[in-house]
Design a protein around this ligand. Structure first.
Ligand SMILES: NC(=O)c1ccc[n+]([C@@H]2O[C@H](COP(=O)([O-])OP(=O)(O)OC[C@H]3O[C@@H](n4cnc5c(N)ncnc54)[C@H](O)[C@@H]3O)[C@@H](O)[C@H]2O)c1
Length: 490
């Protein structure tokens, strides 16, 4: 019996999600055409350069380009000519005039596919995060204009920084399909490698598939804001949020992840998804069911403001013309994504208040320089902290977690640090003569511990090895620091 020919694939939208998906589908052996309206991005990808920092992606991009399985174009008509399955991976940002999601890119892709003559055997697979009800609406558009073509929704759960690993080894696959169609069989064939490796598959209706994604992000955001709310109460009472979180984490029903207090979540997903979910709930007449997400958002934004206030306090109330170092610009480590970055929000607020702010980030410096010309973006930790009166650690890169406080102290004007991510060892920093402060932690020396808090457990991270850092900086790093990582949401 002749084997079924493998479907050919287009991936429309080649940002953090789409570029990774295109590369990984090629890595699985499929012939893939990546499509984007950004000609510069298409040129870069075609030349084997990733337009953003994502560990492991560049090598796979190049090997699949060389193998001839992967190519890129700006032409959606080429996608319709070339492919049987079209993955929609375009952005769904917050609308400028409301909390709702802006669906114009998704709608433009569907219009483009239809105008290019989407064939009756085609399958369109949405991966972008969309408000519940979107898939049914788009399916009706496709049914009217391209009879026989099908639509499925297959939300994506990858985390930036782990995107390749998450795409090739997802923790679950969710297929939103209509009954009686062929979409489920096609998706099972496309993802057969993962399914054979026992990845759970949830086959469900459109609405549930859309809701899984936004509900997951709402839950993660709620957990982060819960511990940040506790941190506010600790600040008012003298309690210690790290010890509180440690004690909570021993309860298996609560667990240790996402319980590290700090300056909160950011990025291109969680903030806008939490807001869009509330906006959609209001449209559906169930606004009160999600009104708590308004508080989740408010706690999150307050965490940034609290960090700014703490910096003011530690500068004696007057940040004007004071030298401030911010370590971190990306919204999370292992990424150069600065969309809605809490670190840059804090840095720009201090700049607005008159401080001279120097920012350093191992991967996001170029993006930060482009978007924030008013900030001084340094090329190294030393470049940022030299002469600083206060150092704020605002993104939990391992390069910062492993800093040697004694070595760093020699470069600053005043040894004062704000640990905005709860990742430094207060005893080590205080022992080296620093004033160590963190949100939700009293300004007293830490109590003696016989074991590290469980949620500060060691977890390896793929990121720039010490050997790749400038020699002048290697002495700044401790041999063994706390490797503290929550699997931060994308
Ligand atoms: N970034 C993540 O980690 C992640 C994870 C899961 C889900 N998502 C969701 O995936 C979607 C994309 O997110 P992202 O972070 O990759 O966004 P992004 O902004 O990095 O990429 C979007 C890309 O789509 C392109 N585009 C816009 N309109 C287009 C069109 N009409 N035709 C072709 N290309 C077009 C843009 O030029 C851009 O390259 C969003 O809905 C997001 O919520 C993102």
């Amino acid at each position: 019996m002749r084997a079924q020919p493998r479907p050919t694939i287009s991936v429309i939208g080649t940002g953090y999600l789409g570029a990774t998906h295109a590369v990984c589908m090629a890595e699985l052996g499929f012939e893939v055409l990546g499509v984007d309206i950004d000609a510069n991005r298409i040129r870069q990808l075609s030349a084997g350069d990733t337009p953003f920092y994502e560990p492991g992606l560049a090598a796979l991009l190049r090997s699949n380009l060389e193998a001839g399985r992967l190519s890129f174009t700006c032409s959606i008509a080429a996608a319709v000519d070339h492919a049987d399955v079209h993955f929609v991976c375009v952005g769904t940002p917050q609308r400028p005039d409301s909390q709702a999601a802006d669906l114009r890119h998704v709608d433009a892709v569907i219009s483009g596919l239809i105008a290019a003559g989407l064939g009756p055997r085609s399958l369109v697979v949405g991966k972008s995060t969309v408000p519940v009800g979107t898939t049914a609406r788009l399916a009706a558009r496709i049914a009217a204009a391209a009879p026989g073509a099908e639509l499925a929704w297959n939300p994506e759960f990858l985390r930036e920084g782990f995107a390749v690993e998450d795409t090739l080894h997802p923790d679950r696959l969710v297929f939103g399909v209509t009954s009686g169609g062929r979409a489920e069989a096609v998706l099972r064939a496309l993802y057969s490698r993962m399914i054979d490796a026992s990845t759970p598959v949830i086959v469900t209706d459109y609405a549930t598939a859309e809701l899984v994604k936004v509900a997951a992000n709402a839950f993660l955001a709620t957990k982060i804001s819960f511990i940040n709310a506790m941190s506010e109460v600790c600040d008012a009472t003298g309690g210690d949020v790290v010890e509180l979180a440690d004690a909570l984490a021993h309860d298996d029903r609560i667990g240790p992840l996402f319980l590290r207090a700090g300056i909160g979540y950011g990025g291109g997903c969680l903030p806008k998804d939490v807001r869009a979910f509330q906006a959609r709930a209001r449209e559906l007449g169930v606004g009160p069911a999600l009104s708590f997400l308004g508080e989740v958002d408010a706690v999150n934004m307050r965490a940034r403001a609290r960090a700014v206030r703490l910096a003011h306090e530690l500068l004696g109330g007057d940040p004007m013309n004071r030298a401030v170092a911010v370590l971190g610009a990306a919204f999370k480590p292992n990424s150069d994504d600065i969309r809605d970055s809490p670190a840059l929000d804090v840095a720009t607020a201090l700049r607005r208040d008159g401080a001279h702010v120097a920012v350093y980030d191992p991967a996001a410096a170029a993006n930060a320089r482009d978007r924030h010309p008013n900030l001084h973006i340094a090329d190294s930790v030393i470049g940022a902290v030299a002469g600083a009166e206060i150092v704020l650690v605002l993104t939990e890169w391992s390069e910062f977690r492993t800093l040697d406080p004694a070595a760093l102290r020699r470069h600053v004007a005043r040894p004062v640090v704000i640990d905005g991510r709860g990742v430094l060892d207060p005893d080590a920093w205080r022992g080296a003569g620093w004033t160590y402060r963190a949100l939700g932690r009293p300004p007293r020396p830490a109590t003696v511990r016989h074991h590290a808090p469980r949620h500060l457990a060691e977890r390896p991270l793929p990121e720039r090895p010490t050997s790749e850092r400038p020699t002048s900086e290697r002495h700044l790093h401790q041999g063994a620091g706390l490797h503290v990582v929550d699997k931060a949401a994308h």
